[in-house]
Design a protein around this ligand. Structure first.
Ligand SMILES: Cc1cc2nc3c(=O)[nH]c(=O)nc-3n(C[C@H](O)[C@H](O)[C@H](O)COP(=O)(O)OP(=O)(O)OC[C@H]3O[C@@H](n4cnc5c(N)ncnc54)[C@H](O)[C@@H]3O)c2cc1C
Length: 444
């Protein structure tokens, strides 16, 4: 008995060696900030961690909203990020397993079927088969899509090789007719990210291909979603972190971060007043444009600010609605892409009923302000949100390398977030959080 006690005491002393009294600030309560707080607490349970979130709730882009349909039905829907699949999202899934346990999470699957159609015409340019059933589309076009999937899978499997290559450079060397590239491939890729064809040409091919999570071409092409929403899960994890002793300050936007001899001062707003705290280590889990603003006044961050300011963002306006004008009702496909005569995307719409009967008659569109207004006037709008999304071009990836080299010199600071991994997903945000722990270990 005595020996067992001694053994536990020895184990306790060995493991507690890494504990400290360090004060850590995590700025940003999206999946990156929340998972960084979790991994830092796991590594150093003695550290005093405070997480600052600008909004009233945690989640960041991951926003699960409750909508009430015209027939009075209430549903929880992710208006921002919604899908994941095994493989590309394994770090994210492992994080959920470790914090709230996957067995408590209800998921739903869907087949990633696709329709591309000109806005002014009724006949689609292409519709992929639903549930494996061939529905009389031109076989040649469908086979080309399979060939496209095979090429995309190669990029997904060897991301390092393709990081410096833009979508345009990649598409140019694919063996398809120019017409097929312009009519189908570019609008499809632009719709996958929710931006214009012009933007998508400049994007890094790795970002877009991995975002759409191409799997082995022969595997069934199914994506999954969380029934309770990706945003809802982050809030559950936040509650668990608070129980573990992490201080979570919502409604508390950080205004600036300033370096001094002994560490950092974090200035933030709380109940309309400016407050500050002193910390030893800072994790910035906000987007590049915000990080740039937070450190702008401080000469120590000068070089990092310049790099951060060069990273481009675009606006993605997303609407949940019940207007059937934005899908093809006769040819049901999950992703409905509508283009104009110049093959530019006019809007794209996910038919959520193809995920679950629970979401019958509800659509999620990337659309202009004018279209949103039309939907609103018909009384069919359920929810709208504008997101700012990084446009991860090969130049963006090069700037990130500079930033990572620089952050080695910015002692006691780590810049993380989905975007810092050169591809923006919930998974890349978790990967970046693990990097924060590595930086912390080296600093400590
Ligand atoms: C429309 C859309 C669809 C997407 N679809 C998917 C998908 O299906 N699957 C997927 O995996 N990914 C998807 N993504 C990407 C995913 O949303 C991001 O990769 C992820 O949210 C990044 O997490 P993050 O924590 O780095 O950033 P964010 O989620 O942006 O979190 C940053 C947080 O910082 C807070 N903040 C900002 N300024 C301050 C301040 N001054 N002080 C304190 N806090 C501040 C913000 O309020 C926010 O909570 C999608 C993104 C968008 C926009």
């Amino acid at each position: 008995m005595k020996l067992t006690r001694l053994f536990f005491l020895a184990v306790f002393l060995c493991t507690s060696v890494t504990y400290s009294q360090n004060k850590i600030a995590v700025i940003g309560g999206g999946i990156a900030g929340v998972s960084a707080a979790h991994y830092l607490h796991e590594y150093d349970a003695g550290a005093h961690i405070t997480l600052f979130e600008k909004e009233a709730i945690l989640g960041g882009n991951a926003q699960t909203v409750e909508v009430t349909t015209t027939s009075g039905k209430k549903c929880m829907i992710d208006i921002g990020p919604q899908y994941f699949t095994e493989g590309p999202w394994d770090d994210y899934l492992a994080f959920l397993e470790q914090t709230i346990g996957m067995n408590t999470i209800r998921t739903e699957s869907m087949a990633g079927t696709l329709l591309v159609q000109r806005e002014a015409e009724n006949i689609p340019l292409i519709v992929t088969p639903l549930n494996g059933k061939f529905r009389g589309e031109k076989l040649g076009k469908l086979l080309k899509l399979k060939k496209f999937n095979t090429a995309a899978y190669k990029v997904y499997k060897n991301p390092e090789q393709w990081k410096a290559i833009s979508v345009q450079q990649w598409v140019e060397q694919l063996h398809f007719t120019e017409q097929y590239k312009q009519e189908i491939i570019y609008p499809f890729l632009a719709a996958s990210l929710g931006t214009t064809v012009q933007d998508i040409r400049k994007t890094s091919v790795v970002e877009i291909v991995s975002l759409f999570a191409f799997r082995k071409p022969k595997a069934s092409n199914s994506f999954r979603i969380m029934q309770d929403g990706m945003g809802g899960l982050i809030q559950q994890i936040g509650a668990k972190l608070e129980k573990d002793g992490v201080k979570i300050k919502t409604n508390s936007p950080v205004q600036s971060v300033k370096k001094h001899e002994k560490g950092y001062t974090i200035y933030y707003s709380e109940n309309g007043k400016t407050s500050s705290i002193e910390v030893d280590f800072v994790v910035m889990a906000v987007h590049a444009d915000i990080a740039a603003k937070l450190v702008k006044e401080d000469p120590y961050f000068g070089m990092a600010t310049m790099t951060l300011e060069q990273l481009p963002y675009f606006e993605a306006h997303i609407v949940l609605h019940q207007d059937t004008n934005y899908i093809n009702v006769e040819k049901p496909a999950f992703l409905n892409i509508f283009t104009n005569s110049e093959n530019e995307l006019t809007f794209s719409t996910m038919n959520l009923s193809l995920i679950s009967p629970r979401l019958e008659g509800i659509y999620k569109s990337w659309m202009s302000g004018e279209d949103t207004q039309r939907v609103k006037e018909k009384g069919l709008l359920l929810h709208e949100t504008t997101f700012y999304h990084p446009l991860i071009t090969p130049e963006f990836v090069a700037h990130l390398q500079e930033l990572k080299a620089l952050s080695g010199k910015l002692e006691g600071v780590c810049i993380i977030g989905g975007w810092t991994e050169g591809l923006e997903t919930q998974n890349s945000a978790v990967v970046s959080a693990k990097r924060a722990v590595e930086v912390y270990k080296n600093w400590k």
